[in-house]
Design a protein around this ligand. Structure first.
Ligand code: UD1
Ligand code: CA
Length: 468
């Protein structure tokens, strides 16, 4: 049992400053709730149980844990919800939780549901410092230029932490302190069991401040340590919608930085949004305005963007995609997509394929070296190798009731502006004359042309005009 850690996440507060009907911790950072990010930062740490303190709108938040798929990959057995009936402050939140977490583990990490940018590595460092120094409290602090709205860390002349002073309680001198409390701490559970009841309501706000534990520990000669961050981005606490937008940008920067450090080139990264779970290999370039949502895998040396949207898409090596949209698709090696292509669900694009401008592909397989370069709709089709689809070719897959399939054999050339009325099978080595409406199967190696004969009437237009 030695050195076991639990985690307590405070999320019962009303979030008045958000001015929102949505509970604060359900506001989104990079498409996921704040509370998701906090819990996600714990996922790979050795933490036995998570205790989540809920109060204001607790049913809405609890329901989010069940109905969103954010937590589906978590060990559900670790989650324990605690109800704080009256939101009497962070100290009270700890008090009502005590009966749940005491005797469950030696140490407890306490985090705020409104500090979603916290990184796993930092928590790891905090836990390590706590254990190595054998402290009763270890605080995560940071020096920040604008310390307003955070609790200030007051140190004595030996630089030992003696107290945390909240903005509302701080005098002018204390307000000048730049070292702040992140709201993230490690405690010895034993210390909390003994001293939580020492917290008295604050003289000004009447709230129970968890931060009062620091002064209590100092006066009782308990061991207080700290881990101080150089980069304070990750401990930004979100209390209003302006900070929410700042945090969104910072989260994007943190995620983007990780991709860049792992060998991905991001051009103009401020304009790029990538889901943190994306897998992107070395030397792939993502250029501006590109959005990569969940379940995306991209191989080596690809060029993605500008202005491309990807979701549930797997992309092999050396693929280029410009100004395009792809969802639920696979795109094979050396293929080129766009500009302005729309790859819709269940599309399998193999190697060296070209999908060009204003082309839509849906539920179709397009095999090696085939080209659909301009202005086409290919739906419910199987295209074999080395096919050339001319400009404006349409698979007419829908009869008003049902969808039907089009099959096209290898080495076939479909002339421009042809309509392929499904169900239809077009053989290998076929040539379809431009402008044909093909409604019967075409055998291998044939020419199919469906076109009324052209009539040229000499001088017709000139005569017509002179008769008028
Ligand atoms: C708190 C800290 C402050 C720190 C800052 C960091 C206290 C007294 N102050 O201030 O030193 O610099 O965080 O962001 O702790 N909550 C409950 N129950 C309650 C009240 C709050 O669960 O009764 C939860 C909130 O939902 C929130 C967290 O505790 O997730 C922090 O509360 P908040 O009111 O945002 O505290 P701050 O004023 O930001
Ligand atoms: Ca806060």
């Amino acid at each position: 049992m030695k050195n076991t850690f639990l985690a307590l996440i405070l999320a019962a507060g009303k979030g008045t400053r958000m001015k929102s009907s949505l509970p604060k911790v359900l506001h989104k950072i990079n498409n996921k709730s704040m509370i998701f990010w906090v819990i996600n930062s714990l996922k790979h740490l050795d933490i036995k149980k998570y205790f989540i303190v809920l109060g204001h709108e607790k049913d809405v938040i609890k329901n989010h844990f069940v109905s969103s798929d954010e937590f589906k990959n978590f060990d559900q057995k670790k989650f324990n919800f605690i109800s704080q009936k009256n939101q009497l402050g962070t100290g009270d939140a700890l008090k009502v939780s005590l009966d749940f977490f005491k005797n469950q583990g030696e140490n407890i990490l306490v985090l705020s549901g409104d500090t979603p940018l916290i990184q796993e590595k930092t928590l790891q460092n905090l836990m390590k410092r706590h254990i190595e120094t054998c402290s009763d409290i270890t605080l995560l602090t940071a020096n920040i230029p604008d310390s307003k709205s955070y609790g200030r860390i007051k140190r004595d002349k030996n630089k030992d932490i003696m107290e945390i002073v909240e903005e509302k309680n701080a005098n002018e001198e204390e307000k000048q302190i730049k070292e702040i409390n992140s709201g993230i701490y490690a405690f010895k559970t034993e210390f909390l069991e003994k001293y939580l009841n020492f917290i008295k309501p604050n003289g000004i706000t009447k709230e129970f401040y968890l931060t009062d534990l620091v002064k209590i520990a100092y006066l009782e000669n308990k061991k207080i340590s700290s881990f101080t961050l150089d980069n304070f981005d990750e401990i930004i606490g979100i209390n209003d919608k302006f900070t929410l937008s700042v945090a969104n940008q910072k989260m994007r920067n943190l995620i983007n930085k990780n991709f860049m450090l792992n060998g991905v080139i991001l051009e103009n990264p401020d304009t790029i949004e990538i889901d943190s779970t994306a897998e992107i290999e070395e030397d792939t370039v993502i250029s501006q305005g590109t959005i990569i949502k969940e379940n995306v895998k991209i191989g080596k040396n690809c060029k993605i963007g500008p202005f491309t949207f990807l979701k549930n898409t797997e992309i092999a090596d050396n693929v280029e995609i410009k100004y395009s949209y792809s969802e639920d698709a696979f795109i094979g090696e050396n293929s080129k997509i766009g500009p302005f292509s729309h790859i819709r669900p269940n599309s399998h694009i193999h190697k060296n394929v070209k999908i060009g401008n204003f082309t839509e592909i849906k539920s179709s397989t397009i095999k090696d070296n085939s080209k659909v370069s301009h202005l086409s709709y290919i739906g419910d089709a199987i295209l074999e190798n080395n096919i050339n689809i001319g400009a404006g070719v349409i698979t007419c897959n829908y009869d008003g009731k049902k969808k039907h399939q089009t099959k096209i054999g290898k080495n076939t050339f479909i002339g421009s502006n042809s309509n392929l009325i499904a169900p239809v099978n077009i053989g290998d080595g076929v040539l379809i004359g431009a402008g044909s409406t093909i409604y019967k199967d075409v055998p291998d190696n044939s020419l199919a042309i469906e076109r009324s004969e052209q009539i040229n009437k000499i001088d017709y237009f000139y005569k017509k005009q002179s008769n008028e």
